[in-house]
Ligand binder design. Structure first.
Ligand code: SAM
Length: 312
């Protein structure tokens, strides 16, 4: 063990539970028009992005989150060519999307220009140069407004925005009205995937409500989870589609598709991980089945976090 670190930052799950990270230094801190951005170098998880007091991504394990977000739906789809990413400011979601040789066009819509500039400068290990890819169209706009105005259809739509914090920029991206708009923007085989917050015994409402709301719009909804060490939480994602025919493939086929469709090596996702992701424990399935809440524009889902502060 080295010298005891002196700087600590708190990541609250709720009023009664938190995860503390020791950090070396604050690289950048700014209040943009949209959100508060903090970038720190931690001892255990490397560089971390924090938005409005919520840990978003950590250099050491962001591959788990971003591979889990993208690959299950992209591998199940027959051939993804056109992709829409809403959010994903670090550029790591885009990085995973651009691994697919079949992708011809990726539109990324993020509400915060300063977030993107900050990612380009401070998070190169996350975006690995993806912002320079000729297949990318980067749009700075509210994702909801973009979806309302675009006439384009996509093979995959990925919603990778902050949790729906009270007063934050993203909570209108979790409503049934938005999901009804999204259905119209997907091709016949199209798949939607949504980062859906914590899926833990104490924090499961967001995840279960998203599943229930999506199930009122899409005939086939598949919740899945994985543990993210830097969050110290199990995390939920939801995949939704109108075409279940896509989903019936063997483990062998998953690994074949990874080999033939993707450039570079994955560290998290393969056929074994795929099956682990979708095998939810009994209590989570029960929570999801019990959930009756439909998130709507009139009654949006909002969370309140007690907040964090770097301190000695
Ligand atoms: N991995 C993250 C997590 O744990 O929640 C989410 C990824 S990411 C850094 C969140 C991005 O969503 C940010 O870049 C933020 O600017 C963007 N965002 C938030 N609200 C948005 C909106 N209404 N439209 C488009 N982008 C939005």
């Amino acid at each position: 063990m080295g010298k005891t670190p002196v700087n600590w930052i708190d990541d609250y799950f709720n009023n009664y539970e938190l995860h503390k990270h020791a950090f070396k230094n604050v690289l950048y801190q700014v209040q943009t028009k949209i959100q508060k951005i903090i970038i720190i170098d931690t001892y255990n998880y490397g560089r971390c992005l924090i938005l409005d007091n919520e840990f978003q991504s950590a250099e050491a394990d962001e591959f788990i989150y971003h591979e889990a977000l993208i690959h299950p739906s992209f591998i199940l789809h027959p051939c993804i060519e056109r992709v829409l990413i809403i959010g994903g400011g670090e550029g790591a979601t885009l990085r995973e999307v651009l691994r697919y040789k079949s992708v011809k066009r990726a539109v990324m819509v993020d509400i915060d220009k300063e977030m993107i500039e900050c990612a380009k400068k401070f998070l190169p290990a996350f975006h690995t140069g993806s912002f320079g890819d000729s297949r990318l169209e980067l749009v700075i706009e509210d994702g909801r407004k973009y979806l309302e105005r675009t006439n384009e259809q996509f093979d995959a739509i990925v919603i990778d925005v902050n949790d729906p914090l009270e007063g934050g920029p993203s909570y209108m991206l979790f409503t049934i009205e938005l999901y009804k708009i999204i259905v119209e923007k997907l091709t016949t085989d199209g798949i939607l995937v949504v980062q859906s917050g914590a899926a833990s015994i104490t924090e499961n409402d967001v995840f279960a409500s998203i599943c229930n709301t999506l199930s009122k719009v899409f005939p086939h909804v598949f919740p899945y989870v994985t543990y993210i060490p830097s969050y110290a939480l199990q995390w939920g994602f939801v995949m939704a589609t109108g075409n279940p025919g896509n989903l019936d493939i063997t483990g062998e086929e998953i690994d074949d598709r990874i080999r033939s469709r993707i450039t570079g090596d994955l560290r998290f996702y393969d056929s074994i991980t795929h099956h682990a992701l979708f095998n939810l424990p009994k209590y989570l399935r029960a929570d999801i089945n019990r959930q009756t809440r439909i998130i709507s524009d009139k009654d949006p889902l909002t969370e309140h976090y007690p907040g964090i502060s770097p301190h000695k």
